[in-house]
Design a protein around this ligand. Structure first.
Ligand code: AMP
Length: 422
């Protein structure tokens, strides 16, 4: 028997109420802050990611789903959502619009990771990007928006972690001091970190192995190496977050897994778990648009993992409204009545009343059982006798009452009843 590929899953109908709820809340927040939706393709030329995310990151080195298409061009399924939005910003000349350009997206993300709870090979992200402005107030807006998004869903006990990793000017000297510090611990580092020390020292702070975490704890802090302008930016951001009354914790080990970040980085964690469980994160990427071939345009963004959000909603027993189910079930007895049932269901849908019809040759009893499990409000029973009189039986499934109405009145009658429903 076939199964969905390892690290992927089917989102079955019974799960869809959560997805719809979270997506609606996400879109509502974006509307509230004036962000417009963008949809980009599910794959891009590989270099869009290789140039932006960076060599030496786990994502580029080990996790991308890359393939040559039939013309021999190397393509990659989205391993993250920011670079494609930047590519679109450049391609469509959005730098000519009023800045910042505020966009949001939903995208399926593909990473060849070791599957475990909350970590999949395909997951869905909701993200937003504000491009074309360096103001720390924009960082505060993006962080505030993500904070408001989680609270609008009802998630509690979240922690916002914040750091600044500097810019092109001040980062090199910081990385140098990191290298010096870590060189003394070379023998104690895990194999991956030994490579990181050579290829991408900032990533050393990201390692989740307990022994490496211990070494990271006393490592030099990026915030002690910021240039005057990055330092002012970070101070202002913290001031704005205080004004917005958003509580945050400074975490000097927070560097995020992608190389394009500059200055602000942040992550949102649930209370009970460690670093593997981030519900979302983001930061500033002031050089990315330029690195992808655009005019320099500073920007900041955020992305959240939908599966983890839903997992945490369930953990916190957050209920969501059920999805609407069909209002009317049309049952019938006999061949002639079957044709009339099909016609009636179509007629009702034309009036905007959702309807489903019985199929095949089930007994009326079996059809009524189906109507019950479908949770419909009303059942229409089309019988041969009633057809002769041009009537139909309407059963109120909640009250258990039934009455006979003329065929010509069915739609208006039901329309009145469904309007009256709360
Ligand atoms: P990232 O771009 O890695 O910061 O991812 C943004 C968010 O997506 C994370 O905070 C997680 O909530 C979620 N996420 C990242 N990777 C995965 C994964 N492999 N499976 C499920 N969710 C993920």
């Amino acid at each position: 028997m076939y199964k969905s590929p390892r690290g992927t899953s089917d989102i079955l109908p019974k799960e869809q109420a959560y997805w719809r709820y979270v997506e609606e809340k996400a879109a509502a927040i974006c509307q509230l802050f004036g962000y417009q939706r963008i949809d980009t393709p599910a794959f891009e030329e590989t270099s869009v990611f290789a140039r932006s995310i960076g060599q030496g990151t786990d994502v580029v080195d080990k996790e991308m789903y890359t393939f040559n298409d039939h013309s021999g061009t190397s393509m990659t399924l989205l391993p993250e959502g920011t670079a494609p939005v930047c590519r679109a910003y450049i391609e469509h000349g959005m730098y000519n619009q009023q800045q910042p350009v505020r966009l949001f997206y939903f995208a399926s993300i593909f990473r060849y990771e070791k599957p475990q709870s909350g970590r999949y090979r395909q997951h869905r992200q909701f993200g937003f990007e504000a491009m074309g402005d360096a103001d720390p107030a924009l960082d505060a807006e993006v962080i505030g928006m993500s904070w408001q998004f989680y609270s609008s869903i009802g998630l509690r006990d979240l922690h916002l972690q914040l750091n600044s990793i500097g810019c092109r000017l001040c980062r090199p000297s910081y990385v140098e001091s990191l290298k010096q510090y870590y060189s003394e611990y070379r023998d104690d580092l895990c194999t991956d970190c030994k490579t990181r020390l050579k290829r991408n020292p900032l990533r050393l702070l990201d390692c989740k192995k307990p022994s490496c975490l211990e070494i990271a704890r006393s490592a030099p802090r990026s915030t002690d190496h910021l240039c005057a302008s990055c330092s002012e930016h970070f101070n202002l951001l913290q001031k704005y977050l205080d004004i917005l009354e958003i509580p945050f914790e400074l975490n000097h080990c927070l560097v995020r897994g992608l190389d394009y970040y500059t200055r602000t980085v942040f992550e949102i964690q649930p209370e009970e778990e460690g670093m593997q469980s981030a519900l979302g994160g983001g930061g500033r990427y002031d050089n990315l648009i330029e690195e992808l071939g655009g005019k320099p345009a500073p920007a900041v963004g955020f992305a959240a993992g939908m599966e983890r959000i839903i997992m945490n909603m369930k953990r916190q027993s957050i209920a969501v409204p059920p999805l609407p189910e069909p209002k009317v079930y049309v049952a019938y007895t006999g061949e002639q009545a079957r044709a009339e049932a099909v016609r009636l269901a179509t007629l009702l849908r034309g009036f905007g009343i959702s309807a489903t019809t019985a199929m095949g040759h089930r007994s009326l009893k079996a059809q009524m059982k189906q109507a019950n499990t479908s949770h419909v409000s009303y059942t229409l029973i089309v019988g041969e006798d009633e057809l002769r009189k041009s009537t139909v039986v309407l059963r109120d499934m909640v009250r258990g009452e039934q009455l006979e109405i003329s065929l010509g009145e069915v739609a208006t009658h039901l329309q009145r009843l469904t309007w009256e429903e709360p």
